[in-house]
Design a protein around this ligand. Structure first.
Ligand code: PLP
Ligand SMILES: N[C@@H](CCOP(=O)(O)O)C(=O)O
Length: 458
């Protein structure tokens, strides 16, 4: 399996190289040259999550990892997910199912990929003896999952930039309280898009990149997307592999893009629905064909407060039929504020994705409605997903909404909705008593580089 960049000017790599590279050297994102088909798709129901993960991921890894290495990595990674089913699916209303992706150590869907890639990174680094510096950008959940997965690992430093004052207190504490010397939480003066833009600046400075052995664990990294494909298979398997719809709370477009790959592999997904909060650039782009970056408005679903949606580049690449120069041109225009999607590409995107937007008030109302109807408390991101999904449920077609985080990560929003604060699970009970360790950093790439060079332990 070979991986190519969406901008067409970077070396073609194998899985391990693409995983360790993160962003391609031409600024693009890696994608497999072809998406593998999946044999025996109807024979998955009843298999453990780990077995389905192995069968789904194996075709992507080529000869980068032996079967035993991959199976071992999967078993160790998912051993850390509390629920026996790992990603349980349960019925919210007739025909509408919730896929719970928040039973991992940091209570968000990010654990599914991050726990696995931490295992794969360790195998690869042990083999090569390489030392690396992981830098990540987060609106709250990727950062906490990355710190949890990589803390204390030899030969790895982890720097996570989060937007100062724009993540929930639980998310912040998850990033600032671990005391491992190799993790560094950085509160950046800006919003998530600034964090992600600075991250890409670091990757695009090849001297810096090579000097520190820069690696990335955002969904820039193809290995993240691969691990997120698996739960579309497990959900579809438990619903009998019949045509179904998925609704995905969306920001950086990694999770829903994983769904599009699952569909390309053969999962009978009819409609993939992008659910956005008030930061609705994706909904506007799919509706109008204009991808124009606006202001980022802080919301009660802060992890989706994103305007420059990184993985949309992968979707554009496919919609433009693999035309890397067209994508490079669009990304150059994006630097000036936005671009117009061609009619052909827009049609192709609309064949792949539907979309909807939910206001703050409707998000709160949906948390209340679901509490009243089922007793379940949703996190605000999942509530955005459920609200959009409910507009699209069709009789006889199962709808699956991804529940991307645990409500206890967002107690203020939940309290506003239902008047009570959800409790943290026992393993996080001491979170508010631990000392915090965080560095404030300007929204400036040189300041960031200086800090990373000074703090690196490897
Ligand atoms: C809880 C939660 N829901 C939804 C999303 C959006 O996912 P994606 O960025 O893959 O679109 C995020 C951030 O990634 C998140 O943390
Ligand atoms: N919502 C994310 C933003 C980064 O997403 P990623 O999937 O590209 O890592 C977060 O919580 O950090």
């Amino acid at each position: 399996m070979r991986y190519v960049s969406t901008r067409g000017q970077a070396p073609v790599l194998n899985f391990e190289q693409a995983m360790l590279s993160g962003l391609a050297r031409d600024g693009g994102l890696y994608l497999p040259e072809t998406v593998p088909g999946f044999d025996a798709i109807t024979e998955l129901d009843g298999l453990p999550y780990e077995e389905i993960a192995f069968r789904v991921i194996r075709p992507f890894t080529g000869d980068s990892f032996s079967d035993a290495e991959l199976r071992g990595a999967i078993d160790r990674a998912y051993g850390r997910i509390e629920h026996a089913a790992k990603a349980p699916l349960h019925q919210l209303a007739p025909g509408h199912h919730l896929l719970e992706l928040f039973h991992g150590p940091t209570l968000a869907f990010k654990d599914f990929a991050m726990q696995l890639i931490a295992q794969l990174f360790q195998i690869a680094l042990k083999r090569s003896g390489q030392k690396i510096t992981i830098v990540g950008a987060t609106s709250g959940d990727t950062g906490s999952a990355a710190i949890e997965a990589f803390k204390g690992i030899d030969n790895v430093d982890v720097f996570i930039m989060f937007p100062h004052g724009r993540v929930s207190e639980v998310q912040r504490r998850q990033m600032t309280t671990p005391d491992a010397a190799n993790v560094h939480a950085l509160a950046l003066d800006g919003h998530f898009d600034d964090c992600q833009a600075r991250l890409k600046d670091l990757f695009n400075d090849h001297d810096f990149r090579d000097g520190v052995g820069l690696a990335g664990v955002n969904s820039i990294n193809w290995a993240r997307v691969v691990a997120q494909i698996v739960y579309y298979f497990t959900a579809a398997a438990s619903l009998g592999m019949r045509p179904m719809d998925f609704c995905v709370p969306t920001g950086n477009f990694g999770d829903i893009f994983a769904g599009s790959i699952a569909r390309a592999m053969g999962v009978p997904i009819r409609r993939l629905i992008v659910a956005t909060n008030q930061n609705d650039i994706l909904h506007r782009a799919l509706t109008t064909g204009e991808y124009r970056v606006g202001e980022v408005h802080p919301s009660i679903s802060p992890s989706m407060d994103i305007q420059v949606s990184s993985n949309f580049e992968r979707a554009l690449y496919l919609a433009y039929g693999g035309d890397a120069s067209a994508v490079s041109q669009l990304m150059a225009e994006l630097k000036q504020g936005g671009f117009t999607i061609s009619q052909g590409a827009l049609q192709s995107l609309r064949e792949q994705y539907l979309s909807g937007r939910v206001s703050e008030e409707d998000t709160l109302a949906m948390i209340r409605t679901i509490r009243d109807e089922t007793g379940q408390i949703l996190c605000p991101h999942s509530a955005v997903g459920v609200a959009v999904a409910r507009q699209h449920v069709e009789p006889g077609i199962p709808m699956v909404t991804l529940a991307t985080a645990h409500p206890a990560k967002f107690p203020d929003a939940v309290e506003r909705a239902v008047g009570a604060r959800p409790e943290l699970p026992p393993h996080m009970a001491g979170l508010f008593d631990l000392p915090e360790r965080v560095s404030r950093v300007e929204n400036d790439v040189d300041a960031l580089k200086a800090l990373i060079l000074e703090r690196r332990t490897n």
